[in-house]
Write a protein that binds this ligand. Structure first.
Ligand code: DOR
Ligand code: ZN
Ligand code: ZN
Length: 447
């Protein structure tokens, strides 16, 4: 019997923005020590020689489909998919069925998730045209999620007085508003105009850069008026990113998120992959994609999140107008970014911060996002040199497909630990039934 429950020896840790050779001791699910000497007095010892140890990835934007669409994803399959991707904490979106727009519905969702989750989690809370009282009542949430254009689910706010109230309440509660920024009016006009087209490429004629810009402008103007913290989800175009930077420079408390979908695909891919790449916002041009990479490298983005939006393959293979928007991504994002760093598209240190420390700081998540004494032992062990081919049949998501199928990547998730428990190891999920049930996995927030 050792005095620690777990030791991770001989790895290279991401610590204080660089890599150090050191050993981690875990006790009560937390990082108890970070030592130069190897740790022997632990019940379980994992040798991490030649491997990198990172803080567990925090994915601040996922759609796990509980409640109401469990055939696409349930919390168990979503958790397993997360672990496969090195993700130890998710913040889940409220566009469920029913949409999470009341405090009661949030509590019901909480109970469902609590019984199933293998990973840490938190919730975004939905804004509707008439739920200002509920916004006041919702407890322990990551943000108010505001849809300015309609997408999967029925969450849309198109009433300016509801918008005003939501920005005002968010400001009073010091909550962030996270926006799906596409303008509904522009989308509807364009949809009518192109109603006789059915090629997947019509999607970005309908969901245009202008639609994104218009919605961002609107959100910025309300945020300025009410001094509200604003977060723009999944930025898809050069112009949008520019607008956000201008707002930042003018003193607005605004942040934004990069999504691998828009970094790795542009409209030329839509020609090849069709409606698999139907997603909101739409995938834009090569010019936009390059600008997003430039933005990522010049610290214009605050976080990387996946917008993991599982739909079944048969749903994605229908006629354009019937295909639901959204792409699964939680299982591939870390490897895609590690591979990108190997190809010198971005610095590895930047990737790690954008996927761990930054989301923890932005959403004020307690005790996570860093390898530091006292922090939760949410860790991912990666093999940077390991090459592999992305395969649909190795995925854990119920959606069971990825637009990256067949792609060769360098940088593989080997082990994922949540609060000191090894839950993913070399392709397998480990469910240790003997271990007494873990502490509550819902995250807490500072402030
Ligand atoms: O393409 C999308 N799919 N965009 C969203 O905003 C929602 C998501 C989903 O839930 O499927
Ligand atoms: Zn969205
Ligand atoms: Zn989303």
């Amino acid at each position: 019997m050792g005095s620690y429950e777990l030791a991770l020896n001989n790895g290279k840790l991401f610590f204080n923005n660089s890599f150090i050779d050191a050993n981690i001791a875990v006790l009560d699910g937390r990082i108890a020590e970070i030592k130069k000497v190897e740790i022997q007095d632990a019940e379980q010892i994992i040798d991490c020689k030649g491997k990198l140890i990172l803080p567990g990835i925090i994915d601040a934007h996922v759609h796990f489909r509980v409640p109401g669409n469990e055939k696409k994803e349930d919390w168990v399959s979503g958790s397993k998919a997360a672990l496969h991707g090195g993700v130890t904490t998710v913040l889940d979106m409220p566009n469920n069925n029913p949409a999470i727009t009341t405090a009661d519905l949030l509590e019901q969702k909480r109970k469902l998730v609590e019984k199933d989750s293998l990973i840490n989690y938190g919730f975004h809370f939905g804004v509707s045209n008439g739920n200002s009282r509920e916004l006041k009542n919702a407890r322990n949430i990551a943000s108010f999620k505001l849809y300015l254009g309609s997408t999967t689910g029925n969450l849309l706010v198109n009433d300016d007085s509801a918008l005003e109230k939501c920005f005002e309440i968010a400001s009073l509660k010091s909550k962030m508003i996270a926006v799906h920024a596409e303008d509904e009016k522009i989308i509807l006009q364009n949809a009518k105009k192109f109603q006789n087209e059915s090629n997947a490429k019509v999607h970005n004629k309908i969901r245009t850069v202008e639609a994104e810009l218009e919605a961002i402008k609107k959100a910025i103007s309300f945020a300025k008026q009410f001094k509200t913290r604003l977060h723009i989800c999944h930025v898809s175009s050069k112009e949008s990113l520019f607008l956000i930077q201008e707002a930042k420079k003018s003193g607005l408390h605004i942040s934004c998120e990069a999504t691998p979908t828009y970094l790795f695909f542009d409209e030329s891919d839509v020609g090849k992959k069709g409606c698999l790449l139907k997603v909101n916002p739409s995938i834009k041009t090569e010019k936009d994609r390059k600008a997003l990479w430039f933005g990522l490298n010049t610290s214009q983005f605050d976080i990387i999140a996946t917008d993991h939006a599982p739909h079944l393959l048969e749903e994605k293979q229908q006629d354009y107008w019937k295909v639901p928007s959204g792409i699964p991504g939680i299982e591939t994002s870390l490897s895609l970014m590690l591979d990108a760093s190997e190809k010198r598209l971005i610095q590895l240190e930047k990737v790690i911060k954008l996927m761990t420390e930054n989301p923890a700081a932005l959403f004020k998540i307690k005790n996570k996002g860093k390898i530091e004494k006292g922090y939760d032992a949410d860790l991912v062990v990666v093999d940077l040199k390991k090459e592999f081919v992305v395969k649909n049949d190795e995925l854990f998501s119920k959606s069971a497909w990825t637009p990256f199928e067949g792609l060769k990547l360098k940088g593989k998730v080997e082990k994922t630990l949540v609060k000191g428990s090894l839950l993913f190891d070399n392709g397998d999920i480990i469910i240790n039934k003997n271990k007494e049930s873990k502490a509550n996995l819902e995250v807490g927030y500072y402030g």
